[in-house]
Design a protein around this ligand. Structure first.
Ligand SMILES: Cc1cc2nc3c(=O)[nH]c(=O)nc-3n(C[C@H](O)[C@H](O)[C@H](O)COP(=O)(O)O)c2cc1C
Length: 253
């Protein structure tokens, strides 16, 4: 059985998980969910996976739109692997609803705890947890791959505090959030922010980034700037940046 994994990533956690899965699933290929690939709308594999970070308790908007557009007629087994700072919240149910509207359903869901990358707005857990989560991720992912190879099925977990979680996701409107990004004099106009943006939302104008209000809020630009020149309001000043240590910046281009 051929497997295709569609993944969305900002700072590399989802890419690392998707790569580990693919290496341990027989006959597997990886496709990034990003602006350039939004017109891939036909599934050719029988086994289909989605790997993504949780945003505001739900799916990144680009992931939801990608699945909405996908023709899944040939798919027989669908799995979702969420990664997050706290939990998968609404994401599995959201994917299941999208698949059901096409006559399919989510066969299996899996969760991987990762370092939260929104820490300049809130700091979700102690730093030692970052290290533990990094160290545990491969082992957990290889175990998930084994279950996928066996077409393991499970039920979607019950969502606690549904009202609160749905309210939070309703407030997630990322497109114009980029009005809060600004660039300091440390910027050398290298263009890495533009290259890593999955939404192709950053143009380099007169050697400085300019955000075009199609932001997905993945935070790749701010975290991956090698000069730490990009800031979010005043919240990020003098705060450490985050990138998955097992992923190279150019793997995110
Ligand atoms: C805009 C945004 C919203 C987030 N919201 C949540 C959330 O609601 N719950 C959670 O557990 N983690 C949340 N996170 C943390 C990410 O899901 C987590 O760090 C993930 O591993 C990042 O994956 P990536 O490196 O592939 O981008 C959020 C991160 C961002 C950037």
């Amino acid at each position: 059985m051929e497997t295709t994994i569609y993944y969305f990533t900002g700072t590399g956690n989802s890419l690392k998980i998707a790569k580990d899965l693919c290496e341990n699933i027989t006959n597997c290929r990886l496709i990034r969910i990003c602006k350039r690939n939004m017109n891939i709308n036909e599934v050719t594999s029988e086994r289909i996976g989605f790997v993504f970070p949780v945003y505001y308790r739900g799916l990144p908007k680009m992931v939801a739109n990608f699945i909405k557009n996908l023709d899944v007629n040939l798919g027989k087994y669908f799995f979702a692997v969420a990664n997050f700072g706290s939990y998968a919240a609404l994401t599995f149910e959201q994917i299941d609803i999208l698949l059901r509207s096409k006559g399919k359903s989510l066969s299996a869901n899996f969760s991987v705890e990762m370092p939260g990358n929104m820490w300049f707005m809130y700091y979700p857990h102690p730093k030692e947890d970052f290290i533990n989560r990094m160290n545990n991720q491969s082992r957990i992912t290889i175990n998930i791959a084994r279950m996928i190879n066996n077409n393991y099925e499970n039920n979607i977990p019950v969502i606690k505090n549904r009202y609160k979680e749905e309210k939070m996701y309703e407030d997630f409107n990322p497109n114009n959030i980029d009005e809060n990004f600004w660039v300091s004099e440390k910027c050398i106009g290298c263009g890495i922010c533009s290259n890593v943006c999955p939404a192709e939302n950053i143009e380099i104008i007169e050697a400085k980034p300019s955000w075009e209000h199609r932001c997905e809020q993945c935070l790749a630009c701010i975290h991956l700037c090698p000069q730490t020149a990009i800031e979010f309001k005043k919240d990020s000043i003098n705060k450490e940046r985050y990138k998955n240590i097992f992923v190279k910046t150019k793997d995110l281009f």
